[in-house]
Design a protein around this ligand. Structure first.
Ligand SMILES: [Cu+2]
Length: 178
């Protein structure tokens, strides 16, 4: 049984009180696994109707609280990135030669006062994507077994994606509660 399956089974069997011990706060736990073609949060929530309309409804959504550190771990065998999506998402799709027609908005909006975030610490998603295209192991790729962490200090909705697997729909949402 792999680790992720074990954690999922353990959380389901032992209930929420114990599930908390398996999440943030445990030194070797992670919040979102990166598998071959997707982000798999330890727990997901439905996107409520009153969320902003640009938030994709059909991608895995993790809910945390302001000040929480979110840990992504590459549990798969391919390189991935964690890259925030902003108003420049259409430029990224153009650079990658894809067109999204799955009902996703082409613009995502960081909460007011929130900073862009990405593995590799790029200035924005376009710079990250150009780096991925132009440089060997560029773009902030996270190799198998490695992690990326980001602390969310501003409440609101965030959408993010993996540069190499955006064409395959590798995307996620983070909802940061007050
Ligand atoms: Cu990926």
């Amino acid at each position: 049984m792999n680790r992720r399956a074990f954690l999922a089974t353990g959380a389901a069997t032992l209930g929420t009180a114990v599930a908390g011990c398996l999440g943030r706060g445990s030194a070797d736990a992670y919040d979102v696994a990166m598998v071959s073609d997707g982000f798999v949060p330890q727990s997901t929530v439905e996107v409520p109707d009153d969320a902003p309309s640009w938030v994709p409804r059909d991608v895995p959504t993790l809910e945390v609280t302001v000040g929480d550190e979110v840990v992504w771990e590459n549990t798969g065998a391919r390189n991935h990135t964690v890259t925030a999506a902003t108003q420049r998402h259409a430029e990224v799709e153009e650079l990658l030669g894809i067109s999204q027609d799955g009902g996703h908005s082409h613009a995502s909006f960081l909460p007011e006062g929130a900073s862009f975030f990405s593995s590799g610490d790029f200035e924005n998603e376009v710079a990250a994507t150009k780096s991925f295209i132009e440089e060997l192991n560029g773009g902030g790729v996270i190799p198998p077994g490695e992690r990326y962490t980001h602390t969310f200090e501003v409440a609101g909705w965030y959408h993010y994606f993996c540069i190499p697997h955006l064409p395959a729909g590798m995307m996620g949402n983070i909802h940061v509660r007050e």
